[in-house]
Design a protein around this ligand. Structure first.
Ligand code: ADP
Length: 910
C-alpha cells in the first residue's frame, strides 16, 4: 500500500495541475520560493477551511491583533498569472494526451518532464544533453523522469533498472511536518543531545493534553510568556501558520503541529531570515548524501522585534517565506545577490565571518543536522525502497534520487535549527538569483548522477547475462548438489563473493567519477572521518529499532554490518581465491563455462607484436629457441597462442577500445602480451643453478633492482613435505623460478635495450615521473584497467606455471596460491598495493611481503623468489604501460607494431 504521503501522482508521473494540488494535499506543493507555483482554492483547501484564512493586509504590519493564517486566494491567483509568464513551460505540461515534444539529443539521452512545470528543470536537462518529452505514457527509452510531486510506490516499482526518478519512497517520513515531529520525538528520547536541533513539537490532536500540561508548567516556572507557532501538518509555503502566546488559542483539535517559537533569531540588518539548503540524495541503499554549497538566504520584510501580543500577527516580521513576504511593500528584488530579500550563501558566509561567527563550524553543524535527519529517514527509505525494488541486483544503480530543500534557521548564537524539509523545493526562477542557483544545482545534479545513453543497453545485457548465469548455475548447482552438498554451498559462496566483488568495483568506479564531478556539491555521507561515521552508524542502528519497531531485524543487521565492515577488494579476492582452492580439482567436471562470470574483462593493454615472441615449446626436453628468423618466430608465437596458451591469448589481448582509451594504437595481432617469453625449456636436461640464472643480466627493471637474489630471502623451505617429494618439488620450483626470471616486459616498437633505456630513464628521473605515474595508476586508471595491467603479468606467469605442471591442477600448488596472493595485493586498496611497491626504496621487507606474514604461510625461498619476480614484472609492466600511454598521446604514429626480438643474450636458460 502506498504510504499516505505518496498517493497522488498516477502512472507514470502526474502533471501538476490545480486539481492535483487542491485535492492531493500540500506535501506535493513545491515550496521555498514561489508560492505562486501553486494555488489552492479556498473552498477545497483543508487548511484554508480549517483556519478561515484571511488576507494579511498592510494593516497587519501596522499591528493587526489577530492570529491569522496566511492563505491569500486573491493575491495568489493574481500572481499565478504573473508567475505563469515567467515560470510556465513554453509547451504546457501534458494532460495525458500522450503528445510528445521530443527534441533530438546528441548524446541519446531522453528525459520525461511531463511531471514538472518548471522551465528551469527542462532547460537544465537540455543543457546536460537530454532531449525532453512531455508524455504520460511510459517510454522505455526514457532514462530520467522528473516530477514536481511525490510519486506512489507502485510507480517506483515499475521503473526499469536503467531509469531514474527524482523521488524516494518513504521520504514523506521526514518531509511531512507531523511525520517529522513523530520520528524526531522517538529518536530524541534515545539521543536527546544529538537531536537538540528541532524545536519542541506536539502533534495535534493526539498530543493536545501533553501540550497543555507543558504550557501550564512552563508559565508557572517562567515569568515570561512563551510563544508557540502552529502549522498545518501537511502545509507548505506559510499557509495556515499562526503564532499564539496562550495555550487556549492552540488548534488542539485540528491536524496541526504546534512548536515552540524560536524567539532569538540571528538577524541580518535587523531582519529575521532562514536558509534554504539544497541536499542531493543519490542513493539510500547505501545512503549517499551531497550538500550543495550555494542556496538562498530568505529575509523577512519587517524589522524583527521579540514576539508580544502587539506584534504576534506581524507575518512579515515572524515568517521568512518568500511566498509570504513577496506581498510586502518592503520586498526587495535585486540583481546583486548580496542585496535584496533573497541572497546567496556567499553573502551569508561573508556576513557570518564579519560578525565573528565561525563559518566552518556553522556549516559543520548544518551538515550534521542534515545527516542526522536523513539517518532518521534511512530505515524507512531503505525498507520501502527494497519493497519497491525487490531482488534488485547489487550491481544496479539507484533508481531514485532526490533534491531536498532543508529550511534551516540560525539563532543568535549561530546554532542551526531544522524547521522543515521540502521534497519538492521550488524551481521557480522569477529572480536572477533563483535562476543562477537552481540551474547550477540541477545541472550539477544531472552530471553527478551520470546518466548515460548506454545505460539501457548495458543494463539489458547485464540482465541477460545474469539470467543466463542463474540458469546455468542453477543447473550446475543441482548437479553438484546431487553429487556433493557441501561443494554446492561453496559454489554458492563463491558466486556471492564474485557478485560482491563486481559491485565493489562498480562502486569504486562510481566514487571515482563522483569525486571528480562534485562541482559545488560536498559529500556529507558517508564521510571519511571514521569516528563521526561510527557515531552516525550507531544512531542508524538504534534508529532501525525504534523507528521500524524491530520490524526489519534482518535488514537492520545487513545494513549495519555493511556500514561497519565494508568489503575491501583485496579481502574479497583472497576469499574467492580461497574458494577456488577449496573447490580444487574435484570441481573440474563442473567447471566448463563457469569460470570468471563476473570478473572484469581480461586485460587489454598493449599492442601486439609484429615481431615474434620467442618459441616456447610445450613439449618437454627438446624445445629449442629459434632465433633464426622473425618469420619463424612469428609462426611459433601464433602456434603457441592457438595451441597452448589459451589463457594467455584470452587474457592479454587488447581490444581496440581499451587501447584507444589508454592512448594505445590499434593493432590486429591477437596474442599480444607485454611479456616477452624467452625460450624456456621445460625441464631442461641439465639442472641449472640459481646462481647461474642470477648472473644472467636482464635488461629490465628486475635486474636493476636486483631482487632475484635468493640468498637474500629468508623463508622456510618446503619442510612440510616428505624429504623425497621435497627434493623433487624443490628442483621443479627452481626451474620454474628460472623460467620466470627469463620473462621481460616488452615495450611495443622498442628493442629490449631501448625498452631498458626508457625504463631506466623513468627511474633516473623518478622525481619527475613519480607524481605522473601515481596519478596515472591511482587516479586515471580505474579498478578494471588496473586489474588488466596486473593480469598481463598474472596470465603470463600462470601459463608458465601451467607448462611446468602440465597435467596438474595448478590452482592447488602452493606457488600458485602465493602468486595469486601477491597479484591480489598489487590491486589492494585501489592500486595502492603496487604503488607502494614501486615507491618502496627503503631497506627491509617490501610492502607486499606482509600478505604472507599475516597468514602465517610457509614459503620456501624459491617460492618467495617467484613472488618477487612477479612483483617486479608488475612494476615494469606499469611503467611500460604508463610510458606507452604517454608516448601514444604525443606520437600518433609511433611504430608500435614492431617489437624487437628478445635479447639473445638473455634468452637461453642453461
Ligand atoms: P512552511 O512549510 O509553511 O513554510 P515552515 O515550517 O517552513 O512552514 O515555517 C514557515 C516560516 O515560519 C519559517 O520560514 C520561519 O521563518 C518561521 N518559523 C517556523 N517555525 C518556527 C519556529 N519554531 N520558530 C521560529 N520561526 C519559525
Amino acid at each position: 500500500m502506498a504510504p499516505r504521503d505518496e498517493i497522488s501522482a498516477s502512472k507514470p508521473v502526474k502533471v501538476v495541475s490545480k486539481t492535483n494540488l487542491n485535492n492531493g494535499g500540500s506535501e506535493y506543493c513545491s515550496s521555498e520560493a514561489s508560492g505562486t507555483q501553486h494555488s489552492r482554492s479556498p473552498k477545497t483547501s483543508p487548511h484554508d477551511k480549517d483556519t478561515g484564512s484571511i488576507k494579511p493586509s498592510s494593516s497587519s504590519s501596522n499591528g493587526t491583533k489577530r492570529s491569522v493564517s496566511l492563505s491569500r486566494p486573491t493575491e495568489t491567483s493574481t500572481s499565478l498569472t504573473q508567475q505563469s509568464l515567467s515560470e510556465a513551460p513554453k509547451s504546457a505540461p501534458s494532460t495525458g494526451s500522450g503528445k510528445s515534444s521530443k527534441k533530438k539529443s546528441k548524446k541519446g539521452l531522453l528525459a520525461n518532464i511531463a511531471g514538472t512545470r518548471y522551465e528551469c528543470v527542462r532547460e537544465s536537462l537540455e543543457h546536460c544533453g537530454f532531449a525532453t518529452i512531455r508524455d504520460e505514457r511510459d517510454d522505455p527509452n526514457c532514462l530520467l523522469y522528473w516530477s514536481d510531486l511525490a510519486v506512489p510506490n507502485e510507480r517506483i516499482s515499475e521503473m526499469k533498472p536503467y531509469q531514474k526518478i527524482n523521488h524516494f519512497p518513504g521520504m514523506g517520513e521526514i518531509c511531512r511536518k507531523d511525520a517529522l515531529a513523530k520520528n524526531m520525538m522517538k529518536i530524541q528520547k534515545i539521543f536527546p543531545s544529538d537531536y537538540d536541533f528541532v524545536p519542541k513539537t506536539w502533534t495535534m490532536p493526539q498530543d493536545a493534553n501533553t501540550f497543555l500540561n507543558y504550557a501550564k508548567e512552563s508559565s508557572k516556572k517562567r515569568k515570561k510568556t512563551k510563544t508557540f507557532i502552529a502549522k498545518p501538518s501537511n502545509g507548505a509555503m506559510g499557509n495556515g501558520i499562526r503564532l499564539f502566546r496562550s495555550a487556549e488559542k492552540a488548534p488542539l483539535d485540528e491536524n496541526y503541529i504546534v512548536q515552540e517559537y524560536l524567539d532569538k533569531p540571528m538577524l541580518i540588518e535587523g531582519f529575521k531570515f532562514d536558509m534554504r539548503v539544497y541536499v542531493l540524495v543519490t542513493s539510500c541503499d547505501p545512503l549517499k548524501v551531497f550538500l550543495f554549497k550555494d542556496g538562498l538566504v530568505r529575509i523577512s520584510t519587517k524589522t524583527y522585534v521579540a514576539p508580544s501580543e502587539q506584534n504576534i500577527d506581524e507575518l512579515y516580521m515572524h515568517l521568512t517565506n518568500y511566498s509570504v513576504n513577496k506581498f510586502s511593500a518592503n520586498y526587495e528584488k535585486d540583481e546583486d545577490e548580496s542585496k535584496g530579500s533573497k541572497r546567496n550563501f556567499e553573502f551569508l558566509n561573508e556576513w557570518l565571518a564579519n560578525g565573528s561567527y565561525d563559518v566552518q563550524k556553522v556549516w559543520r553543524e548544518i551538515a550534521d543536522v542534515i545527516v542526522k535527519t536523513l539517518i532518521v529517514a534511512e530505515p524507512h527509505l531503505i525498507h520501502q525502497y527494497r519493497m519497491c525494488r525487490p531482488g534488485v541486483s547489487p550491481l544496479a544503480d539507484s533508481t531514485c534520487f532526490e533534491i531536498l530543500g532543508f529550511d534551516i534557521f540560525l539563532d543568535r548564537k549561530g546554532k542551526p535549527w531544522l524547521l522543515e524539509i521540502n521534497r519538492s523545493p521550488s524551481f521557480g526562477t522569477n529572480e536572477k538569483i533563483d535562476l543562477n542557483i537552481k540551474s547550477a544545482l540541477l545541472q550539477q545534479t544531472f552530471k553527478l548522477l551520470r546518466v548515460r545513453a548506454s545505460d539501457k543497453k548495458r543494463c539489458l545485457t547485464n540482465q541477460k547475462m545474469e539470467s543466463q548465469r542463474r540458469l546455468f548455475n542453477g543447473h550446475r548447482r543441482l548437479a553438484i548438489e546431487q553429487w556433493d552438498k557441501s561443494k554446492a554451498a561453496k559454489v554458492r559462496k563463491k558466486e556471492q563473493l564474485q557478485i560482491q566483488l563486481a559491485a565493489l568495483r562498480r562502486e569504486s568506479m562510481r566514487q571515482e567519477y563522483e569525486s571528480k564531478n562534485l562541482g559545488k556539491f560536498r559529500k556529507i555521507f558517508p564521510i571519511d572521518d571514521r569516528m563521526q561515521l561510527e557515531k552516525y552508524i550507531g544512531i542508524l542502528s538504534k534508529g532501525f529499532d525504534i523507528l521500524l519497531a524491530g520490524r526489519a531485524g534482518q535488514l537492520q543487521k545487513e545494513v549495519i554490518s555493511n556500514y561497519k565492515n565494508p568489503h575491501h577488494e583485496a579481502d574479497l579476492l583472497d576469499l574467492i581465491e580461497q574458494c577456488e582452492c577449496e573447490e580444487g580439482g574435484d570441481m573440474s567436471t563442473f567447471n566448463s563455462g563457469y569460470r570468471k562470470p563476473l570478473v572484469p574483462k581480461p586485460l587489454s593493454s598493449m599492442p601486439s607484436s609484429a615481431s615474434p615472441m620467442r618459441h616456447y615449446s610445450r613439449k618437454g626436453g627438446g624445445t629449442e629457441e629459434d632465433n633464426s628468423s622473425d618469420e619463424s618466430d612469428e609462426d611459433d608465437d601464433n602456434s603457441d597462442a592457438t595451441d597452448n596458451n589459451d589463457t594467455n591469448r584470452n587474457d592479454t589481448t587488447i581490444t581496440s577500445h581499451d587501447m584507444k582509451s589508454h592512448g594505445f594504437h590499434r593493432n590486429s595481432e591477437t596474442n599480444s602480451s607485454l611479456i616477452e617469453k624467452k625460450s624456456i625449456n621445460k625441464r631442461p636436461k641439465q639442472s641449472s643453478q640459481l646462481s647461474k640464472s642470477r648472473k644472467v643480466e636482464r635488461p629490465t627493471l628486475i635486474s636493476r633492482s636486483s631482487t632475484r637474489s635468493l640468498s637474500s630471502l629468508r623463508f622456510e623451505s618446503n619442510r612440510s613435505l616428505p624429504p623425497s617429494k621435497r627434493k623433487k618439488d624443490d628442483s621443479d620450483l627452481i626451474q620454474l623460478y628460472e623460467a620466470l626470471s627469463e620473462l621481460n616486459i616488452k615495450f611495443p616498437g622498442k628493442s629490449d635495450e631501448e625498452a631498458n633505456e626508457i625504463l631506466n630513464s623513468i627511474l633516473d628521473n623518478w622525481r619527475y615521473h613519480k607524481p605522473r605515474v601515481a596519478s596515472y595508476w591511482l587516479v586515471k586508471l580505474d579498478s578494471v584497467k588496473r586489474q588488466k595491467v596486473v593480469d598481463i603479468v598474472r596470465n603470463n606467469v600462470r601459463s608458465i606455471v601451467q607448462r611446468f605442471h602440465e597435467n596438474e591442477d595448478i590452482d592447488k600448488l602452493n606457488v600458485t596460491k602465493c602468486l595469486n596472493k601477491v597479484f591480489n595485493r598489487m590491486l589492494w586498496s585501489h592500486g595502492q598495493g603496487l604503488w607502494s611497491c614501486l615507491n618502496h626504496t627503503t631497506r627491509g621487507p617490501a610492502p607486499w611481503e606482509t600478505v604472507f606474514r599475516s597468514g602465517g604461510e610457509m614459503l620456501s625461498n624459491v617460492e618467495m623468489g617467484c613472488c618477487k619476480i612477479a612483483v617486479e614484472l608488475c612494476k615494469d609492466c606499469l611503467l611500460v604501460v604508463y610510458q606507452f600511454a604517454n608516448q601514444s598521446r604525443t606520437e600518433l604514429n609511433l611504430g608500435a607494431h614492431s617489437v624487437s626480438s628478445a635479447n639473445p643474450g638473455n634468452s637461453a636458460v642453461t
